[in-house]
Every structure is written in C-alpha cells, then in structure tokens.
Design a protein around this ligand. Structure first.
Ligand SMILES: [Zn+2]
Length: 376
C-alpha cells in the first residue's frame, strides 16, 4: 500500500500505515489558514478483491465538521468515472472502505476538476464557443484567471456575469462552468440565440486557481477567503477578487451568479441579497422569478432548504453576491450545489457530481434567457 497526494488538488497526510489495510490519514490545512476539509489522494499497490478501510482522523477539526454526517466519499479507479463509497463519521474521524476491484484507486471530497481540464475548457470556449479572452488576471502564485466574453451581437445591452470556485475546494463550481461552455458550443439553440442577441456573457471559470491546485478548501495562497474579500480586495492579498472587480467596473453588471458548493445541506439552493441596504421590491421580484423558473424548468433545484435569510440591512457585504448586487443594483445570486446529494432526487451511486452540475448550468442558461428582458 502506497498513498500519495503530490499532484494537482492533492491533499492528505499519512499518519500511520502500520496496518496496510487500515491507514490512518489526516487532511492538511489550507496554506496560511486554519481551514481544511478538502481531501484528494491516490492509494496504490492494492490487492484486488481485498477490503481496505481508510480513516481521516482529524475530520472533527475541519471547517464544517458537523457536515460530515450523511456524507459519502467520492472514489474512482480511472479519474474519469467517480462513485460514492459508504462513509461514517464518529468521534471526529471520517471512515470509508471497500473491497477494491483494481490495484489503485483515487479518493476525493468531490469529483475533482483538474487544472489540466481547466486549460482544455478554456480552449473549448475560445475555439468552439466563440468566446474571446476579454482579460486575464493573475493569482498570487501567477496562475491565469481567465475572463471570457461571449458577445454575438454588438448591440446587446445586458451584461451577465458568472464566476466560479472562489472557494477552491468547491470543484462542482467549475463542472458547472463546463456545462455552460458545453451549451455555448451548440448551434441550433433558440434559447441561447435569444439570450445572446440581448446579452453578453462574462465568465470566470476558476477564480481561485492557487487554492484549487494546492488542495485547499476555502482560501487562496495568502490564506484569504475570497468570498469575504469584496469590501477589501487588494493586489497583495486578494488579487483574484481585485481583478474581477476592476473588470466589472469597466463593463457593468446586470446579472451576477457566483457558483459554489455547500458542505452541509443536501440540496441545490440559492442565497440572495435580501439583507442588502439597497434591496428593493424590484430585486425581490427578480429573485422570485429566477427561482420559480428554475423549478418550473425541471432543474435540480428547490426553494425550501437553504441558508437563513438575512435581516433587512444586515447582509454580510464582504460576500460577492451582496457586494455586486448592491454596487450594480442588479439581480445577484450565490448558487450552492451540495457536496452530498440533492435529496429531492437522490442518486446513491454518484451523489451530486460533475454531470449534474453541468446540467444545472444548462438549466440556468435557459432561465437567464427567459429573464433577459426583465433585468433592467
Ligand atoms: Zn463557497
């Protein structure tokens, strides 16, 4: 048995391999931060047909330790097909095991979206979906933060912004972006044509590439939670947000979607701007329409479960959704997908996964198309 995590988005430490059928492991903290919850590792030199059990013994100290109950780890033999492994959480330890079919297996908190696939996705957008590289920011460690624009009508008035993976362990967010770009590659899509006749799309497929590469849950390489930096973004500590804000101020924003994953709640849901000082009935109506249409559209989405609503005027303005909604007086949502499953239509084999994230993105595009005339 050999365990490794020295690869893109890898994260695990081996504490005790003295029983090779039951290694004791721990998650590494995000750099310069106390947060951790993401894991991703490879186990090899296994004997097919034999059972192995893995225990992550520091799960009880993780950022959302109460979220482990009801969670099942993701596993893959080939890094392409991912499935869930029954997992238990007790006494601060997350445990999962199975009788392996092959000599190597990968485990992760969620089906990972690699930097290699990110590069492929940018190429697909540029060469198959008529996107242009509108601007390119740099992370603290010098990784590219591509801002793509899809503009098919020079007279389009609306600016639709969708950004993803500010929280780097929330890999479902870039799967969502792949779903968007997959749909943008299609021809003969009347809804999309209607949307793009009136709106330009501005997409940031990965807003926190350093954190994603390093196997972080929550922060960039400076230990900053980017989705708490929208009132204080600066080039030294949060250049990722600083870049996106600069570009938004050049272009304007009529709709903003910030794509995330939630550790605890087994449902797809949105969080919105009801606590903003500048919240108006107009924005409330737009929020309701967007949510109702997602449900009516048959999307894997619901409105019953989610975060507690903010009191009027009490929103946390350091969040992207609230900051952008307030500054541009526009419809703005955080879209949250589960690490667990969408319990309205559960799939025990896969849980929530990349494929379902991609489909949600396509449904969101349909709803956006249906609302493009209402945004102003
Ligand atoms: Zn998040």
């Amino acid at each position: 048995m050999h365990i490794s995590s020295h690869f893109d988005s890898g994260n695990i430490e081996v504490h005790d391999l003295s029983n090779p059928q039951h290694p004791l492991l721990a998650m590494r903290k995000d750099l310069n931060s106390p947060h951790y919850q993401w894991f991703h590792f490879k186990a090899e030199d296994l004997t097919p047909g034999q059972r192995y059990d893995f225990s992550i013994t520091n799960a009880g100290g993780s950022a959302y330790h109460w979220a482990w109950s009801g969670y099942n780890a993701a596993a893959s033999y080939d890094q392409k097909t991912w499935f869930r492994v029954p997992s238990t959480y007790a006494d601060g330890t997350l445990s999962f095991g199975l009788e392996v079919e092959q000599a190597q297996i990968w485990f992760a908190y969620f089906e990972p979206y690699s930097r290699e696939r990110h590069d492929w996705l940018i190429d697909q957008a540029l060469f198959k979906a008529d996107a242009e590289l509108f601007a390119c920011g740099k992370s603290i460690e010098g990784r590219d933060i591509q801002l793509l624009r899809i503009s098919r009508n020079p007279h389009a008035q609306s600016k639709v912004w969708i950004i993803a993976q500010q929280h780097p362990g929330e890999h479902m967010a870039e799967w969502f972006m792949e779903g968007l770009i997959e749909r943008l590659k299609l021809r003969d899509d009347a809804e999309l044509d209607a949307l793009l006749s009136k709106a330009d799309l501005y997409l940031v497929p990965n807003a926190n590439p350093d954190g994603a590469y390093r196997g972080h849950l929550r922060t960039n390489a400076a230990g900053k939670d980017l989705n708490r930096a929208w009132q204080s973004a600066n080039e030294a500590e949060s250049p990722e947000v600083f870049f996106i804000q600069q570009q938004m101020r050049k272009v304007g924003v009529d709709l903003f979607l910030d794509i995330h994953g939630d550790e605890e709640i087994p449902h797809v849901f949105t969080a919105a701007c009801e606590g903003n000082p500048g919240y108006t009935p107009r924005i409330a109506t737009l929020e309701n329409h967007f949510r109702q249409r997602l449900v009516a559209n048959g999307a894997e989405f619901q409105t019953r479960y989610g975060y507690p609503r903010s009191e009027p005027g009490k929103a946390n303005m350091t969040l992207a959704c609230n900051a952008v909604g307030e500054e541009f007086d526009c419809l703005a949502f955080t879209i949250e997908m589960p690490f667990k499953d969408h319990d309205d239509s559960p799939n025990p084999q896969t849980g929530w996964d990349g494929k379902r994230s991609k489909q949600l993105a396509k449904d969101v595009l349909s709803v956006t198309a249906s609302m493009v005339d209402e945004l102003r």
